[in-house]
Design a protein around this ligand. Sequence first.
Ligand code: HXC
Length: 514
Amino acid sequence: MTDHFSELERRRQAAIQGGSQSRIDRQHERGKLTARERVTVLLDEDSFVELGQLVQHQSTDFDLADQRPPGDGVITGYGTVHGRLVYLYAQDFTIFGGSLGRAHASKIVQVLDLALQNGAPVIGLNDSGGARIQEGVVSLGGYADIFLKNTLASGVIPQISAIMGPCAGGAVYSPAITDLVFMVQGTSHMFVTGPDVVHAVTQEEVTAEDLGGAATHSERSGVAHAVYQNDITCLEAIRTVLNYLPQNCEEQASMDTAFQPPTSHMEDLNTLVPHNPNKPYDMHDVIRLLVDRSSFFPIHDGFARNLICGFARIGGHAVGLVANQPAHLAGVLDIDASVKGARFVRFCDAFNLPIVTLEDVPGFLPGTDQEWRGIIRHGAKLLYAFCEATVPKITIITRKAYGGAYDVMSSKHIRGDLNYAWPGAEIAVMGAKGAVRILHRAALKNAEDPASLEEEFSRDYQERFSNPYIAAEHGYVDEVIYPNETRERLIRGLAMLRNKILTNPRKKHGNMPL
Ligand code: HXC
């Protein structure tokens, strides 16, 4: 019996060790944790149960027959985060560079299947040289198996990807299908083709960091939803974000009864929006005053900063927040902001998170660049997402709600449940200057002093249209409220809407304008 036990112990220890000590040291020198260390940070203490620890590849090509490390370069299993079940896989760069072969892929597919069947989130920690070159097409097939499972699980269970090393070639498409992609500064890279291939094909010189580093994907491409300084802060962020999410699409959003109100006084909200409609203010200041203390978790913080998206708690209710940001490009909706918002709204809707919209939007961004790149079809994504969302939707118009953007930003017309406006709100087809130049073109052309006449027309237009009361008369806003009443209205509204039931017409799936 002792022999049996010692054989098991020998095999276990080999699996736990992972790659050679020199490869582990190299991983640490780069500021990266090993796969097993990452699992320990991510999960609650002593909660991890490993699956397939002794799985080995069956390949014999090249010299693979002589190298059959237990686990095949990926750690898979389940455990808990804040006491709730999660499934995970962590690629081990110290074994074949974390590359993916048949056995490695099958292990990932197994946890995806289990997560889907048992209705719990799945987290992928990616650190891999991509398809295992020695296994050829078999490893490509392994990726395709994963892509399929990711797609089938989409909208059923939350899927979170952390990129904690290289992620190249088609391998990027598994994280891309998942709900959230987090990257680590300096050590993570994502690209379809690396710098050498880029140079060979296009003659462009580019570093891996510029091509697909964390800054590139969080600020330019929008592929990454958040960036963290190191492995530990990234893994802690995954633990935090899971707090806001239900286990699966059948569960209600979570409630935190121990929430703390914001630190500042609600009255500060009354003076936050400048009288001059052209003066910016920081919507983050509004958010800070409305949400439970330190509860805002930004998504896509560095990308399309004219629209703020993130999770938060309001009176303990987990919500998704979508807010125009007047401090960046005046809060205008452009292509990137529309796509960012659409993706976030759909994520919230899929996982039963009520959507709170804070609106101060001068409209869609005009110009050839936006038109030629398709602002019509991209803007339509945001409209479509808000229209189809059946979760509770509460909208606060803090200042401007102009033109099509008024309709898009969760208006009453597209099934906003509770729509409020602050007293300084301007709900109109367009701003006064633009409107006057169209309405009074002839008069202004023939005027002796066009500037003062335009001023007069603008004042008149503003008095008549740039206020919330016409919309309130039509019932397009439920109430005009003092800003300092907003948090209380949100808390009561979220409680009132908690059991909302609304379904869309039966269909195979909609045809969102992609
Ligand atoms: C097999 C691989 C590997 C791979 C790395 N290794 N990538 N083994 N298949 N794809 C091995 C290396 O041989 C090495 O083994 C160990 O992992 C560490 O790699 P290094 O090169 O020493 O590390 P580093 O200098 O950090 O460079 C990491 C790297 C580089 C940038 C990832 O290894 C690299 O460029 N690898 C190839 C990436 C690639 O082109 N993959 C295919 C992408 S296409 P030893 O034994 O020497 O330590 C793809 C298609 C998917 O993935 C399609 C799905 C549809």
